[in-house]
Design a protein around this ligand. Structure first.
Ligand SMILES: Nc1ncnc2c1ncn2[C@@H]1O[C@H](COP(=O)(O)OP(=O)(O)O)[C@@H](O)[C@H]1O
Ligand SMILES: [Mg+2]
Length: 269
């Protein structure tokens, strides 16, 4: 296990339905095409749906990991070679309600395998429940997905504020999704960034934007990742470019980011 080679990140948003799950799935796909080894983890314990986007029904899920006879390998689903997914299921008991022994079991099983991947990517539920905040705190990086809708902006700001004030987190990457033009995307980022600078003294990092694209809606209907369904669609091209940006970011910040543990210890949540 090489602890220093795995980049862990979570994709999150204040508001639901902004595109987190589609983004993480397709980013994972794009990174895998660049020969990266990727593990996606569905951490949306309320409305797990990575499996739905892939059109699969996994036999086991995150919850089964709590059993002593089940290992992470038994739960992982292979999407493509070097691209695996750890499914959740709707209605798993809230993580923070588990006692420390259970959290510890889950953590140790995950961490054993996480080091074998280049990227460990956590798909979070929306909102600011304690479970969401805990999962947001675990990885090395956090990506906030925001759309140009005013409600998405205010909810993203609220989420960043809670993570900054209650958990001391100050570094956030931002993806603007469902933008109709580069200008609209830039304005959306600037609004969120200005609020965070003025009221929280936090500077956000812009990872770029994804066009609003009906092809993505069609890919969801067909339960096929957009990058597989229509690799030349505008949104697919945006996501591919973003994956390359994340790879550069990882290389440029190798010392700073990869020096941190892949996941913080669950018991200290
Ligand atoms: N770039 C986009 N263009 C068009 N529609 C999008 C785009 N991103 C997301 N959507 C729509 O939003 C829906 C919700 O996306 P999803 O990834 O499930 O969001 P979340 O995980 O944030 O709840 C998709 O099914 C799709 O209809
Ligand atoms: Mg989702």
């Amino acid at each position: 296990m090489n602890r220093n080679n795995t980049l862990s990140l979570s994709v999150m948003s204040g508001k639901g339905g902004v595109g987190k799950t589609n983004i993480i799935l397709n980013l994972g796909y794009a990174l895998n095409r660049e020969r990266m080894k990727v593990m996606l983890m569905d951490c949306d314990l309320g409305l797990a749906n990575l499996d739905v986007l892939l059109g699969i029904s996994p036999e086991r899920n995150l919850h089964d990991l709590l059993r002593s006879d089940v290992d992470t390998e038994d739960v992982l689903v292979c999407i493509e070679e070097g691209f695996d997914m750890l499914p959740a299921t709707s209605g798993i008991p809230e993580l923070v309600e588990m006692d420390e022994d259970l959290q510890d079991i889950l953590f140790r099983k995950l961490i054993n395998l996480a080091g074998e991947y280049d990227y460990l990517m956590l798909d979070l539920g929306a909102g600011i429940s304690n479970t969401v905040l805990s999962f947001a705190t675990l990885p090395q990086l956090r990506i906030v997905v925001v759309t140009p809708e005013p409600t998405s902006l205010t909810d993203s700001y609220a989420m960043i504020k809670v993570l900054a004030t209650q958990r001391g987190i100050k570094d956030f990457l931002v993806i603007v999704n469902q933008a109709t033009s580069p200008a609209e995307a830039a304005q959306t980022f600037e609004r969120l960034d200005a609020a965070c600078r003025n009221f929280l003294n936090i500077e956000l990092r812009n990872l770029g934007f994804i066009h609003q694209d009906r092809t993505l809606v069609e890919a969801v209907r067909r339960q096929t990742p957009l990058l597989k369904f229509a690799p030349n669609s505008p949104a697919a091209k945006d996501i591919s470019a973003m994956a390359r940006k994340i790879m550069r970011y990882r290389e440029d910040n190798r010392e700073r980011i990869l020096g941190r543990p892949i996941l913080k210890d669950f018991p200290s949540l």
